[in-house]
Ligand binder design. Sequence first.
Ligand code: UDP
Length: 239
Amino acid sequence: APPPGRARRVVLKLSGEVFGGGAIGVDPDVVQAIARQIATVVRRGVQVSVVVGGGNFFRGAELQKRGMDRARADYMGMLGTVMNCLALQDFLEKEGIETRVQTAITMAQVAEPYIPLRAIRHLEKGRVVIFGAGAGMPYFSTDTVAAQRALEIRADVVLMSKNGVDAVYTADPRVDPTARKLDSITFSEALRRNLRVADAAAFSLCMENGLPMLVFGAQGDDTIVRAVGGEKIGTLITA
Ligand code: UDP
């Protein structure tokens, strides 16, 4: 195993909100900036796979509140993630980084199906693998998928890039002025205190399988580079 802080293979979770730059759809400038950071760490020899969210298009739970069938709305959410994948793929290739998109819902014209051993092979060749369409199953989130993919492709760490927060706090810093930033915490403590910076299913998967998770802010032009480089940013969550 590599020494802690110097990950060899990572899963980077990018929420959909990051892609939209706060709006619906994709902001090409934002995606380009993310692609540049990923290219930097790939050139340093880190194997990078990305799990992409879709909240900038649709969230199943929100559409359900407005009268849609939950499962169908969730499929819309999953399809939204694929558009983000293609945008990221485009900007990564412009950076000269070979990239494959693998989706959990098959769509042969735009992506490979999710094949874990093939994903590992791509990573070993220095390609970035972007995982789209979540788990292909309604009622799941892309946070949970990030943990699952990391376990299956044997990544060293899950890196959760978050919009609006830069770490895990003792309470929501936007509502509680006494909230304190945590450098590290255990999964069981995060679950017990109901700190919802990632969903509970993702925490449980990581906890049960000893997979560390780093939660850090998407804001800034080098946060991904710093997180992958093992710098002390955000909050490290361990079993
Ligand atoms: N989704 C799903 N199953 C999955 C992953 C995602 O049904 O395995 C749907 C769900 O409706 C979710 C939407 O896709 O709200 C977008 O994903 P997510 O909310 O995780 O994106 P993020 O919040 O990271 O942008």
